[in-house]
Design a protein around this ligand. Structure first.
Ligand code: DAV
Length: 366
């Protein structure tokens, strides 16, 4: 029996990671949480069903290549066990016609110290996604006597969990931005709901984005569950579809964060970083004007990088501006081709979940 699971942040030396798979991925039908999220001009609006086989194969090829690159860097890689998502999901409270994927593990698994917790996602289609990681969790449980295998309280996701008529075809981008600024999102506060990718871990501090996928009640839940950690709710005006913090606010090493220049952390919330001499740098412009076809995410997956250690970072291979900026910031850049996988739920950070990084729980913001 050895120690398998431990990770307190996104930048200490990475030794063991989970990388998702694209198999059986489905574009889910509209539901109260997702219809609010698919941009009006997206070609995905109104369409659902299994993703085309050729796109699944292309994504898996890039995911497999990413695994080889990580292994070449000395990182152990585990993979989920795909489930057939093209079947209805039914609970006592709701029914939806399909699941989604097991491509972005970062949305589902939150590693804090020796614990990996499955999240309380607000999308009905993601209700059973954690099952794809169960064989791995079971294996860690059998072999690491200190591993805490946990599951956040499962939200019921009844109609009460969402604001209805929140979305309206006529809503303009300006109105969306006003809603973000007013912290008016599709989810209600009847129960805690959160995606793991909304949580930025920096040792003793958790910075959690309040947006379309994580509500305020989740912040309160985190405070009570982790009384020894400090929980900070953050929000980023300027993002019309605020989901997940990892294309918005990304730490590269202790003392350095890149921030999406369209989604700046408000002055009030910057104080804790500035008071502790952390530098917040505007991220470089993406190299692309549009996301690839059938992709939910924005072009800002350019900054969705995976930090290997304080001096090494994986960046998507076509993101020339982001790579150049990382280089100037003193990082060794490992280019990883990944745009064929974007449509399956995100970039190089999204596609992974931490199992083990060296280091301990440090207090960076005393
Ligand atoms: O900018 O669309 C993508 C994050 C996906 N996990 C964005 C956020």
């Amino acid at each position: 029996m050895t120690k398998i699971v431990s990770s307190w942040n996104d930048f200490d030396p990475l030794k063991h990671v989970i990388v998702g798979r694209a198999d059986f991925s489905v574009i889910p039908p509209e539901e109260p949480a997702t219809s609010e999220k698919v941009p009006i001009d997206s070609e995905m609006r109104g369409m659902w069903g299994p993703r085309p086989t050729a796109t699944v194969e292309a994504a898996n090829e890039q995911l497999d290549n990413y695994v080889k690159i990580l292994e070449g860097l000395g990182v152990k890689v585990d993979r989920p066990t795909p489930l057939q998502w093209n079947q209805a999901i039914t609970t006592p409270d709701f029914r939806t016609e399909s699941g989604m994927t097991q491509m972005p593990p970062r949305d589902i698994l939150l590693t804090i110290g020796n614990e990996i917790m499955s999240s309380a996602n607000s999308f009905r289609c993601r209700y059973f996604e954690y099952l794809a990681y169960w064989p791995l969790m079971n294996d860690y449980f059998d072999n690491d006597p200190e591993f805490k295998w946990t599951q956040a309280p499962r939200p019921r996701l009844t109609d009460k969990s969402y604001k209805h008529n929140y979305y309206d075809e006529q809503i303009s981008l300006e109105e969306r931005l006003e809603r973000t600024a007013a912290k008016d999102f599709v989810t209600t506060e009847v129960e805690p709901m959160w995606d793991a990718a909304d949580v930025m871990r920096v040792g003793k501090d958790l910075f959690i984005q309040h947006g379309l996928t994580t509500n305020r009640k989740a912040m309160e839940w985190f405070k009570r569950y982790y009384p020894d950690l400090r929980v900070h709710a953050v929000n980023f005006p300027g993002d019309p579809y605020p989901i997940h913090i990892d294309a918005t606010f990304v730490p590269l090493r202790p003392g350095l964060i890149i921030n999406n220049p369209h989604r700046r952390l408000p002055e009030e919330q910057r104080k804790i970083f500035e008071a502790n001499d952390w530098e917040i740098v505007d991220a470089a412009q993406p190299a692309h004007d549009t996301p690839p076809p059938l992709c939910y995410s924005s072009v800002w997956l350019s900054m969705n990088c995976l930090v290997i250690d304080h001096k090494t970072v994986c960046v998507e291979a076509s993101e020339v501006h982001q790579m150049e900026q990382m280089d100037k910031l003193g990082m060794n850049v490992i280019p990883v081709p990944f745009r064929d996988a974007y449509a399956f739920g995100g970039g190089l950070h999204c596609a992974t979940a931490d199992v083990y990084r060296e280091g301990t729980c440090e207090d960076y913001f005393p």
